[in-house]
Design a protein around this ligand. Structure first.
Ligand code: FE2
Length: 291
């Protein structure tokens, strides 16, 4: 596979646990992805199902809709989206926290964006020559109500043995301190995995739980640095890197798209929450897609 990153970029990734790659994607591709995301929201009927997503309430919201979203393009609402009567406070497209978790295998625009040859090359450059596109998320970080994503390690939510989860975070819009950019701790990936998010059984009814592996706290926000990036930037994130993003208190949204990859040769325990249905198999990141 042709090399995409320079040796200096690869070294920086391994030193810091993350790598900022400006101009990784054409802003026109970002605009197309944004439109595709809004079309999915447009087609979603909020009166049928309401699934609120906040990381601090992960256990409570890990219901059927969450677990089934492994094979769907599901809409998760902001915690503050509804008033006490269950009525949306603002328009539907301004009330969604994120889409997840299979758009890359269900929507042609997401598919083209994700299975681009350069991305498989980048994954290979940082040690994943056999990357599988495990999950996709489109995060809206809405103006004024876009919620905090508490400090976490991605390997908590998607685990392989050995740990290979690698996050690919695309800025679909400019991300700044004001609208809730990522924050990360350079070198913070050289640490232990603190906890695992597990399903208690193959059936959704069994629910999910966090299993604490190490009770050492993750870094506080004051110990992290802001990762302010322009539209089209790709941020690679090591699965053990503690990262966080604040509430969006600004009037501007902060759309981002993430793909989380794992190595095909690593063991993927059956207790991972994300289990695809048989009719939608996972694919390698270097899979060909129609133009
Ligand atoms: Fe994350």
């Amino acid at each position: 596979m042709p090399r995409v990153l320079s040796q200096a970029q690869v070294d920086r990734y391994h030193a810091d646990g993350f790598l900022v790659i400006p101009d990784a994607v054409d802003p026109a591709d970002c605009a197309e992805l944004r439109a595709a995301a809004l079309a999915i929201v447009e087609d979603f009927n909020p009166t049928a199902k309401r699934t609120v997503f906040t990381t601090s309430e992960q256990e409570r919201t890990s219901n059927d809709e969450f677990l089934d979203s492994a094979s769907r393009s599901w809409c998760f609402f902001e915690a503050d989206a509804f008033d006490a009567d269950g009525t949306l406070r603002q328009s539907k497209e301004l009330s969604i926290n994120k889409l997840g978790h299979a758009m890359h295998d269900l929507d042609p625009t997401f598919e083209r964006f994700t299975y681009r040859p350069e991305l498989a090359g980048i994954a290979a450059d940082v040690g994943l020559p056999d990357a599988i596109a495990l999950q996709s998320m489109y995060i809206f970080k809405q103006p004024h109500i876009g919620g905090e994503v508490g400090c976490h390690q991605d390997s908590t939510f998607l685990y392989t043995e050995p740990m290979t989860v690698t996050g690919m975070w695309f800025a679909v819009e400019d991300a700044t301190r004001e609208n809730g950019c990522l924050w990360a701790k350079p070198g913070g990936h050289r640490t232990t995995l603190r906890k695992q998010f597990r399903r208690r059984g193959p059936s959704n009814d069994a629910g999910t739980e966090f299993v604490v592996l190490d009770d050492e706290p993750l870094p506080a926000p004051a110990d992290l640095v802001p990762v302010e990036v322009a539209t089209g930037t790709l941020v690679l994130l090591h699965g053990l890197l503690p990262h966080w993003s604040d509430v969006n208190r600004s009037a501007r949204s902060r759309h981002a798209y993430t793909v989380h990859c794992v190595s095909a040769s690593a063991d993927y325990p059956a207790w991972n929450w994300l289990q695809r249905t048989a009719d939608l198999p996972l694919r390698r990141l270097d899979s060909p897609v129609a133009a």
